[in-house]
Design a protein around this ligand. Sequence first.
Ligand SMILES: [Zn+2]
Length: 285
Amino acid sequence: MKKILKIVLWTILALVVLAGGALGLFIYKVKNGFPVSYETDAPNITFPDNQPAILLFSKTTGFRHGESIDASKPVFADLAKKNNWFLYETESGGVFNTPQLSKFSAVVFNNSTGEVINDTQKRALEDYVKNGGTLIGIHGAGDDSHHWDWYEHNLLGAKFSHHPIKQQFQEATVTLQTVSDTILGSQLPPQYKHTDEWYVFFENPKNKGFKIIYNINGDEISPDGNMLWMKDKNFGMGKDHPVAWYNTIEKGKTFYTSIGHDSRAWKNENVVKLIENALNWGIKK
Ligand SMILES: [Zn+2]
């Protein structure tokens, strides 16, 4: 009897140590980025002469929004068909080299999270945008897993804080703000209801010169993101809570929307229209 008790106690102790170690490692990874492997071989791509090329990049090394990524791919394929775009979809970072990037009219970080490309590839993407390229980010592309200052300053214009946890998914009224650009604002509904995981940023990107396309009334959602070791996350962005915005960066353009956690976004024609507009706006030089 004594022996069994001893085995049970040692087993419990071992499990506690293992669980503690795993939790510690997870917290470390969330704070410092996940160790990743980078692809550096340029892929073979045959670019058509008469179609704008879109790079759809869905690589994740942080949280993977698998449902959304899977649901987005046929939507992008349909949009490409409708608009006569050449769509190149990949989860490999080898394409982030200057010669190949220069062939793309727009690059989409499609819920791409974590550190997905190496420093050389990052510089290639930064130069691509500065020289007239377009970078588009969707939902997870705006979280704080990227550890890349240029990206945060030029695509997001704000630092990600958290998303609601107590009520992770909430319906909100998405309201159009002034969009002066006719392509970007084309046929956008002034208001619609949508349920999503509403990201909270530390500040409004309009303070950094970004132009807001859509916002929600942040006072109508519960922003509480407190969990386990994360405290002091029960704040939102207030009434003026942006969910889609854009900017021009030297000769290039950036667009980001925090909409898109799951397949609901890709079934919402208003969200799809916003993405379509952003791509057409990005393609137009
Ligand atoms: Zn999400």
